[in-house]
Write a protein that binds this ligand. Structure first.
Ligand code: PMP
Length: 341
């Protein structure tokens, strides 16, 4: 018999998908790690699992215990599902600007949702600080332990990608991977995966694709974590400071990817590859294309397909929303919405 023993074992071992258009356009082999095929439909299932299992090992969580986290959504969905499977409850603090689809999924997964105004990290009422304070308070009364997952500082987040994403990519490419690039939310994916791949091949080129408004482009391109002016419609990415997860990593190439570059890539992936994916994937694939152009034809470059487009249907695939952000609306999207029976 060939089966995975429950949700925890069903996370990971995702396929690598060759992106035909991006590969043809660059003369490289551009491969996407299909993280949207995880049970919670995102790259964050891996750290969610690792943070909970490591907390169990340390004795921080006992049956019936509570998992608390501040999250843009995907980590919360992963945590809530793993918590369901392991017998814990979850409290998730989320900025109210995040998509309705992610909030609905969190509620479906049984999480108690605390929606807070979207405020910068420097503000004490930013969702990450609210989550930490809630965890501290709940710890006083919770008999079975409280795990504050703390994904920005928790090295188990990065460890999840060192232990699974990196080794899987190495095995799936038979070690013939020349470049790896992705965007940064917490940096767990970039730090864990790139550290593993570099341990195997010191010459691999590591890239970071950063949305407007975040600080990783300036950090990796010019050495100072300074946020670029403006913002992005992408969710789940855009780190504005150096954290323990990324402080010691080495990134060779950094690209600032505008929404006007990333969003058409999302539409291209759907229209020509049949892959319906979210905005951060657009940033990643746009970054992979830039890295491929810089490295030249013949190279194999891997990036991350983070989560499904259905998670952003009300925004990224909504013509009115796109127009309100001055982003191009593809004709087929208008037509798909307009058909009446
Ligand atoms: N894409 C999406 C949609 C995400 O939710 C996240 C995580 N917040 C990322 C990318 C980035 O992952 P990481 O936290 O590992 O940097």
């Amino acid at each position: 018999m060939d089966y995975r023993d429950g949700l925890v074992e069903a996370i990971g071992n995702t396929p690598l998908i060759k992106l035909r258009h991006a590969s043809e356009a660059t003369g490289c082999t551009i491969l996407g790690k299909a993280e949207f095929l995880n049970p919670g439909q995102s790259v964050k299932d891996r750290p969610a699992r690792q943070m909970i299992l490591e907390a169990e090992k340390r004795g921080d969580l006992k049956p019936g215990g509570l998992v608390v986290e501040g999250t843009a959504g995907n980590t919360g969905i992963g945590l809530a599902l793993v918590a369901d499977a392991r017998g814990y409850r979850t409290v998730i603090v989320i900025p109210e600007t995040q998509s309705q689809e992610k909030k609905d999924m969190l509620r479906l997964a049984g999480a108690t949702l605390v929606e807070v105004p979207a405020l910068p990290y420097a503000n004490p009422n930013n969702y990450q600080h609210v989550a930490r304070r809630m965890a501290d308070n709940l710890r006083k009364t919770e008999p079975n332990g409280v795990l504050f997952a703390d994904q920005w500082n928790n090295l188990d987040n990065r460890g999840a990608h060192y232990d699974s994403t990196g080794p899987e990519i190495w095995a799936q490419t038979a070690g013939k991977v020349d470049g790896f690039i992705c965007s940064v939310g917490t940096g767990g994916t970039l730090a864990g995966t790139s550290t593993f791949l570099r341990d195997r091949n010191a010459d691999i080129v590591i890239g970071c694709a950063d949305p407007r408004g975040a600080a990783m482009y300036e950090l990796f391109a010019h050495g100072e974590a300074k946020s670029t002016e403006g913002g992005s419609i992408t969710e789940g990415i855009g780190l504005g400071r150096v954290t323990p997860i990324i402080e010691d990593i080495h990134v060779d190439k950094a690209y600032l990817i505008e929404d006007s570059e990333a969003v058409p890539v999302v539409f291209d992936l759907l229209e020509h590859e049949g892959l319906c994916l979210g905005g951060s994937t657009g940033v990643n694939v746009a970054g992979a294309i830039r890295l491929a152009r810089e490295m030249g034809p013949g190279h194999t470059i891997v990036t991350i397909l983070c989560d499904p487009g259905t998670r952003y249907q009300s925004k990224l695939f909504n013509p009115d929303f796109l127009r309100s952000k001055n982003l191009p609306v593809p004709g087929w999207l208008e037509r798909a919405i307009d058909i009446e029976i």
